[in-house]
Ligand binder design. Structure first.
Ligand SMILES: [Zn+2]
Length: 250
């Protein structure tokens, strides 16, 4: 029997059952167990973890904890610079791209509205979501903790709230997206890129009022949908202002 103490930091504590909050966890096990397995046995998906210290030494997921060690487990520091210590994850994603599970349709539209490449279909199954995340190097956003526990998934983020605005805020904060926002550059419907288009080119597609009151248009290069700065646009601008105001500047 081996006995090891685990200490979980910051938001990793949110994932632990209440009784374990803010205290070291003494874990006993038989045989050789990887630190990855022991962390996941506490209910924490490995994708949430970015740094593990065994008695102050940075170790990888395959490390076998030794009797009496203190294992410190830190959450993903996507938004912080910890380049001086060993990252556990493979190469960090340079430009954040996302794939979202079927429960996160509204969040997908919001992210597209802010200009982030967000793959979403309400009928992707778990296997497809994991495949897309790995093959297209997309961060998997999901409400399903089990999905993030799949070995294949290396970049993921657990969405903890049901409120789409709060979901958006948590993603922007977590991945430090505030400086990367390019509003109205991506199609909310299909994730395609928007390009400016002359009014004459799309005039036949417009309702009479739109034709009368608006002069600046963008068109999706994938699905052809036309966008203009109408009332919808104002609501979206307010949402973007809110997100930026709520995000601390780093
Ligand atoms: Zn489109």
């Amino acid at each position: 029997m081996t006995t090891v103490n685990f200490r979980f930091y910051a938001e990793l504590n949110d994932l632990l059952p209440d009784r374990k909050l803010f205290s070291d966890q003494m874990i006993e096990f038989n045989g050789r167990q990887t630190v990855k397995h022991l962390i996941e046995s506490q209910g924490i998906p490995h994708t949430e973890v970015d740094l593990i210290l065994a008695d102050s030494r940075s170790v990888g997921f395959d490390y076998i904890p030794q009797e009496g060690e203190l294992i410190s487990v830190y959450p993903v520091f996507e938004s912080f610079d910890i380049s001086l210590v060993n990252l556990l994850r493979p190469t960090p994603l340079r430009e954040p791209k996302f794939v979202l599970d079927g429960h996160l349709g509204r969040l997908a539209s919001y992210l597209r509205m802010l200009g982030f490449d967000s793959s979403y279909r309400n009928d992707f199954n778990d296997e497809e979501l994991a495949e897309i995340s790995v093959n297209e190097k997309r961060i998997l956003l999901t409400r399903d903790r089990g999905l993030l526990k799949r070995d294949k998934v290396t970049h993921g983020f657990l969405i903890k709230t049901r409120d789409p605005r709060q979901q958006l805020l948590s993603v922007v904060r977590r991945f430090d997206l505030a400086k990367l926002i390019h509003p109205f550059t991506r199609c909310i419907a299909c994730n395609g890129i928007l390009e400016p288009v002359e009014k004459e080119e799309v005039i036949d597609l417009l309702e009479p009022k739109t034709r009368k009151y608006f002069d600046i248009f963008k068109r999706c290069t994938s699905c052809g949908k036309v966008f203009w700065a109408g009332s919808h646009h104002e609501r979206m601008s307010r949402l973007i202002d809110w997100v930026i105001n709520e995000t601390p500047i780093s």
